[in-house]
Design a protein around this ligand. Structure first.
Ligand SMILES: [Zn+2]
Length: 398
């Protein structure tokens, strides 16, 4: 096929496709011999007439026919035939277009229901973050929940260790765990996970070598304490964040040395080796790695961030006293959320909207009506101030 004739046939096909698609009539024109490339501009009309899966199948079939029919000498003539890379690019662009349609539908759904959103478009993909009318979580003393209290300290210390790296280890470079969560699993062991898999791999290696969870945490405390560097990344609330982290280090250190009866569940768990929940997709959120490994949401779980909306509805479908954080529209936050997966594979804008509504409803069913901000004691001003970098429930203490 010559380049000129391909362009001409593409034009006539595009015109026909648009007309028939808009009229809702069967797209019989697309049953023409599939030895000609489909123009990308025909895809929306094809999608309306045939649906997403059928279009992808058609593209795949066309690619296969072109490959088998193409004379050897044409393999080098990418300027003449639409080659495999073109077909792949068209398919990818089409699927991306459908995914973007779903994300836009979700954004509309959140907006229509009174949520605020902000968004950016990294790599050409639509994305946004949404918050419900925000509440500040009131600072509370966790002494009445000793397991949760200790798990908060453990998560802070583990995250600090990973954030800073460890010059005494062969794998010494700083990592970005994003978030660390700790839990007491159904079998009584301590389960820890980070969002980031490199962090999980390093934790796994260190936990395997340590004789017990307590030994591992003793090492982390010792290594963190001897570092001259900051425990926190740059922030206008650097001092408050550092003080809070320092307090968590001191509290965990005291707990491990005194082993008070009040925290016996955690102390028992720490006699054994720590389980690192490294299962799951590349950036799966830590609490969902843990729930997956534990085959259910643990009774006691606490980390460096509150559950995002997607984690909240996945781990607590019937609600929880925990305070959810923001909604992230990205795939990593929504792994295994059926409404999201189906929405991303939508066949039409209408279907995208339907899945967006279902996802939002699932969130409402889980009891999410507000998202929460964390307050931290401001040493200088002697008041609690919102500190977005600390994403977990507010605690008392200066
Ligand atoms: Zn999450």
């Amino acid at each position: 096929m010559h380049a000129r004739s391909a362009a001409e046939s593409s034009k006539s096909r595009r015109d026909t496709a648009a007309g028939r698609g808009a009229a809702g009539t069967p797209p019989s024109a697309f049953r023409a011999p599939p030895d000609r490339p489909l123009p990308a501009t025909a895809l929306p009309a094809l999608q309306r007439g045939l649906g997403n899966a059928a279009v992808v199948a058609m593209l795949a079939e066309q690619t296969a026919i072109q490959r088998s029919a193409r004379p050897e000498r044409d393999v080098q003539r990418a300027d003449v035939d639409m080659d495999d890379a073109d077909m792949d690019a068209i398919t990818a662009a089409y699927l991306q277009d459908r995914r973007n349609a779903f994300i836009r539908a979700l954004r509309t759904e959140f907006g229509d229901n009174g949520w605020s959103w902000s968004g950016s478009a990294p790599n050409g993909e639509e994305s946004f973050r949404a918050t419900a009318p925000t509440k500040q979580s009131k600072p509370k003393d966790f002494s009445g929940e000793p397991e949760v209290q200790a798990l908060r300290w453990v998560s802070s210390v583990v995250k600090s260790y990973l954030d800073m790296g460890d010059p005494k280890e062969s794998q010494h470079w700083p990592l970005n765990p994003v978030e660390v969560q700790s839990a007491i699993g159904g079998d009584g062991t301590l389960i820890i996970a980070a969002n980031d898999q490199s962090s999980n791999a390093r934790l796994q290696s260190l936990a395997g070598r340590a004789s017990s969870g307590k030994a591992l945490l003793d090492t982390f405390l010792e290594r963190n304490a001897t570092r001259g560097t900051s425990l926190a990344k740059p922030s206008e609330h650097r001092e408050e964040i550092e003080k809070r982290l320092h307090r968590h280090h001191e509290n965990l250190k005291e707990l491990l040395s005194k082993e008070p009866a009040s925290h016996s569940a955690v102390m028992e768990a720490l006699k054994r080796k720590i389980t690192v929940a490294s299962n799951g997709d590349a950036a799966l959120h830590a609490e969902r790695r843990i729930a997956e490994r534990n085959q259910g949401t643990p009774q006691f779980i606490a980390g460096t961030k509150r559950p995002c909306v997607s984690c909240f509805m996945a781990n607590y479908p019937n609600g929880s006293e925990l305070h959810p954080g923001i909604f992230h529209s990205g795939p990593a936050s929504n792994v295994d959320i059926d409404e999201y997966r189906n929405g991303m594979n939508n066949n039409s804008d209408e279907e995208a909207r339907e899945w967006a509504k279902r996802l939002f409803q699932r969130m409402v069913d889980a009891g999410v009506t507000s998202t929460y901000q964390t307050l931290v004691w401001h040493c200088g001003r002697k008041v609690y101030v919102p500190v977005p970098e600390v994403g977990t429930d507010s605690e008392t203490g200066g």
